[in-house]
Write a protein that binds this ligand. Structure first.
Ligand SMILES: *Cc1c(COP(=O)(O)O)cnc(C)c1O
Length: 245
């Protein structure tokens, strides 16, 4: 095993242990949490090493970069590729054709384009709905920090749910950058409450996945109900370059 694989493996396993510890702490089954290893802005060698180290789900932020990597890994191993970054409408076809799960659906126009490209490709795309719970204008996601405004989201969300080639599976949040996990915890709790609200409004829709928590705060996210955590730097180290802006 190369030194790179060895070091990623150590951090991958220790992250899994921390996930299990956080889950056990609140009486959850550790197996109900999936670890997405975020390899955005990392070279292909790091992706290959992460897979060799045991990673089974890889998260990418930029469609072109992600597709280049997943194509170069084709046949290497059975891994899932998740798109976790904001998707511009003109990148919808790349995402519809290549990824196993979209975490970051954030508008109806994109949803309609994804649905159309999925139909053309003869596939369907599992997707999560991204919410902005911090109220920052710069962040993507449906603005949902004010709970009294939640009913106003329902019209657009029901249009998305009705699209035949998108399969809604849950919710995602990226809290404002904070000092520590305790800063993020209220946002995770709020996403959980929003999940309960959407389940009550759309009882036949599957909202079971909660994608929340990064290197800085994944243990708090697991304690609050995360089923997918997105961990990059804590496993694969600092990002080295950015291939798309
Ligand atoms: C980069 C990124 C992550 C991973 O962040 P780390 O701090 O490297 O763990 C998780 N989620 C999203 C949406 C990201 O853009």
């Amino acid at each position: 095993m190369s030194e790179l694989v060895e070091s990623i493996r150590e951090r991958y396993l220790s992250t899994l242990e921390k996930i299990a510890g956080a889950a056990n702490h609140v009486g959850r089954n550790p197996e109900s949490v999936k670890l997405v290893v975020v390899t955005k802005s990392q070279p292909v060698e790091v992706v290959r090493a992460a897979i060799e180290a045991g990673a089974r789900i890889l998260g990418e932020n930029y469609p072109e970069e992600g597709v280049t990597k997943l194509q170069s890994m084709a046949g290497v191993s059975a891994v899932e590729w998740h798109m976790i970054g904001h998707v511009q409408s003109r990148k919808a076809q790349l995402v519809a054709g290549n990824f196993n799960l979209l975490h970051s659906l954030d508008n109806l126009k994109l949803a309609k384009r994804l649905d159309r490209f999925c139909a053309e490709a003869g596939r369907s795309l599992p997707t999560l709905l991204e919410f902005n719970l911090g109220g920052e204008d710069s962040k993507s996601g449906w603005h949902a920090w004010d709970e009294s405004q939640w009913p106003s989201l329902l019209g657009e969300l029901s249009s998305i749910i009705a699209l035949p080639n998108l399969q809604v599976r849950g919710l995602m949040v990226m809290p404002p950058l904070g000092a520590d996990a305790e800063f993020s915890r209220p946002y995770f709790q709020k996403l959980k409450r929003l999940q309960e609200y959407l389940v009550s409004q759309f009882p036949r829709v599957d909202f079971s996945e909660l994608s929340m928590g990064t290197s800085a705060d994944f243990e708090a996210a697991v304690q609050e109900g995360a089923t997918l955590v997105r961990v990059g730097t804590a496993i694969v180290g600092a990002r080295q370059y950015k291939t798309e802006v």
